[in-house]
Design a protein around this ligand. Sequence first.
Ligand SMILES: Nc1nc2c(c(=O)[nH]1)N[C@H]1C(S)=C(S)[C@@H](COP(=O)(O)OP(=O)(O)OC[C@H]3O[C@@H](n4cnc5c(=O)[nH]c(N)nc54)[C@H](O)[C@@H]3O)O[C@H]1N2
Ligand SMILES: Nc1nc2c(c(=O)[nH]1)N[C@H]1C(S)=C(S)[C@@H](COP(=O)(O)OP(=O)(O)OC[C@H]3O[C@@H](n4cnc5c(=O)[nH]c(N)nc54)[C@H](O)[C@@H]3O)O[C@H]1N2
Ligand code: SF4
Ligand SMILES: [Mo]
Length: 710
Amino acid sequence: MREAKSFCRTCIAQCGLVLTIDEERIVSVRADRDHPVSNGYACFKGLQAPDTHYGPGRLLHSLKKMPDGSFQTIPVEQAFDEIAEKLSTIRATNGAEAIGLFRGTGLFHNSTGLGIQAGFLGALGTPSLFTTLSIDQSAKGIAACRMGSWQAGRDNLEDSDVVLVVGSNPLISHSAAGFLVSDPIKRLKKELARGLKLIVIDPRKSELANFATIHLQPYPGEDAAIAAGLLRIILTEGWHDQAFCESHVSGLDALREAVMPFTPERVAAQAGISAADLRATAELFALQSRRGGVNTGTGPNMAPRSNLSEHLIQCIEVVCGRFKRPGDRVTNADPLGIQQDYFAEVVPPFAPWDLSPPSRIRGVGNLFGEKLTGTLAEEILTPGPGQIRAMIVDGANIANSVPGKADIVAALKSLELLVVIDPGLTPTAQLADYVIAPKLQFERDDLPLTLGINLHMDSWVQYTPAIVPPPAGSEVVDDWYIFWSIAKRMGLALNYGETLLDMETPPTTNALLAIGMQHAALSFDELVERPGHIAVDPVPPRIVQPARSGNNARLRVNPEGVLDELSDVAREMALGEMPAFDFRLQSRRMRDVNGSIGMQAPSIRHRNPRNPLHMHPIDMARLGLEPATPVEVVSADGRIRAVVQPDDSLRERVVSMSHNWGSLEEDPEDWTMVGSSTNALISPTNNYEALNAMPRMSAIPVNVARLAAN
Ligand SMILES: Nc1nc2c(c(=O)[nH]1)N[C@H]1C(S)=C(S)[C@@H](COP(=O)(O)OP(=O)(O)OC[C@H]3O[C@@H](n4cnc5c(=O)[nH]c(N)nc54)[C@H](O)[C@@H]3O)O[C@H]1N2
Ligand SMILES: Nc1nc2c(c(=O)[nH]1)N[C@H]1C(S)=C(S)[C@@H](COP(=O)(O)OP(=O)(O)OC[C@H]3O[C@@H](n4cnc5c(=O)[nH]c(N)nc54)[C@H](O)[C@@H]3O)O[C@H]1N2
Ligand code: SF4
Ligand SMILES: [Mo]
């Protein structure tokens, strides 16, 4: 028996873990009490490595689909030969654009897998990259581009008097970048004990809302109206930071005018909250607090009008000037990213979506170098130049995770080639021509995820070597090796970052990690030398400098068209709702799975056999439903079956269900044990945002009825 330290790569918290190993197999996992950041914290998901690595759900060999539809094991190098040949043919016939790549959550926490893909796409010459970004929180990036952003970032949590959290639940998601990530409860309690005030806007009394000083519990989908209402109170009372606005903001008068229809009473009636609570929220945030900003999550970013909501919520922070000022410390700079200095100045607005010609699909643009996942099924199914004929899907379960389930499944079935890199035979993998079995996290040398933003609350980095070899008799490979091997066979030369790779002899994973750290605060070798391979504050906290001379950029609170959209909201509000549906279905995350990750592990499925439909007990009584009653959930775009579960953290008339569950064809025998895909209720074409084609994925109007016995 031996012990080894590593860190979890299931979500962005990346908690430190101690693994106990017997004969090169992980037998147990516990949280690392000595870890300087996660501090002895780990969640249930992170402790399931023995089950994910050695459980029956894991693929130990790659598979090939046979003409009769069954899968057969294939030696991985032979799979690469066949895939490379097919890709070469498709590229020659249809052009490189016909080859697409989808990158999902299962790949983000794999430095070298992530790092190799840009070079692969570049060498192929295809722009057809899709990721989860455009079905997640891309509204944040859009708001920052349209408005401009504050180069030094928002106030540190430990310096804040208040934090306003809109539709994020980091006590479950560990995912509120820069706010609460790992060890969230202890860190939150520490701040609350010091006097932090927490405001939560969430239609559910979420785990986080239990700690709130004020919890606004509106109907889902009302964030634009609520934010406009808060801005109206703040601006008419003069509670904003006038000096900051004079120096750094443009368009304030237009914003003030646009929010005028959003009186507290009208907003309260629309959102189902009290006008007094709305006022108290504005007062606590803007008048009674000096420092502290806002943090948004998937809630407002998935609800309708997500880009507008995100813009208005960010405006609250902007008009109150809740940003780091000269002399403040940046304590969470990403040591892996390009090292930079921080200035109390505005990064000017820009429109990256104008850099590329409009897509042949719905004329939408692309976003930060990616095509939009809301258009993926159409990109595959619509004939014409540029039609996608082959997809490589790495670490994603897109048959279940992409809105519009019937269309995405039909699209995947129509491809000439579908390659899925996944450790499990997920619904997506079941559709593949080839499933490549990858190494799992503790079999990989790795570094934490870096996205060029300050994801964490601290500045730290850790290297983990591979802790165990893959299971005896298996043939599993690193994700990067798959791309390198296919590229080699296609005669492509790959860049990793700025370094051209040797295409004869494969690099080692550590060599790739070292290249990836070329711009980091310390070198790979220096990191490996550190005790425990961990560097905390590898660069001392940076001090924010005054604005550079000549930088007169301003935060634009009235970007073109945005306030017109707000007028539409005001008009709709005046018309009142004409409900054809009894409920709004809101999104939520489940504690024990991360998207589909974990669904293959027996220990996790024992606790979570399905994704239930959560409903308030009063609504259940009204509909005559008992706990565990099978029901049908019907939206304008689809219907699914679900098992109802009482949940008094919801408000009445709001139901909630988590995503990425379900089987490919809903099996009537065992559907209650596989759950259902809420993406069958969502249409990516009926209700979507202009710039990012973001579908409406929360606040979906639905009806619920007892499932008729068949
Ligand atoms: N209706 C609805 N749809 C949603 C959402 C929602 O809230 N509502 N949320 C959206 C969001 S925010 C996101 S990010 C997406 C996520 O959607 P996806 O990116 O598709 O993520 P998952 O469903 O988690 O699938 C991850 C896959 O990675 C595999 N995997 C696990 N470990 C590894 C590994 O080590 N290597 C490789 N190669 N694969 C691995 C898992 O088996 C799993 O199949 O879903 C989106 N879809
Ligand atoms: N355990 C676990 N952790 C995860 C994941 C997981 O699946 N499971 N997924 C990971 C991924 S891919 C992501 S993107 C992050 C997401 O991280 P978060 O954004 O923090 O996700 P949630 O925990 O779902 O919190 C969203 C909150 O929004 C609320 N909400 C829903 N609709 C609305 C609305 O219209 N308005 C408002 N104001 N609130 C609303 C929900 O009640 C919920 O409490 O989590 C990551 N971490
Ligand atoms: S919070 Fe995330 S990183 Fe930490 S143990 Fe859980 S899944 Fe792993
Ligand atoms: Mo996500």
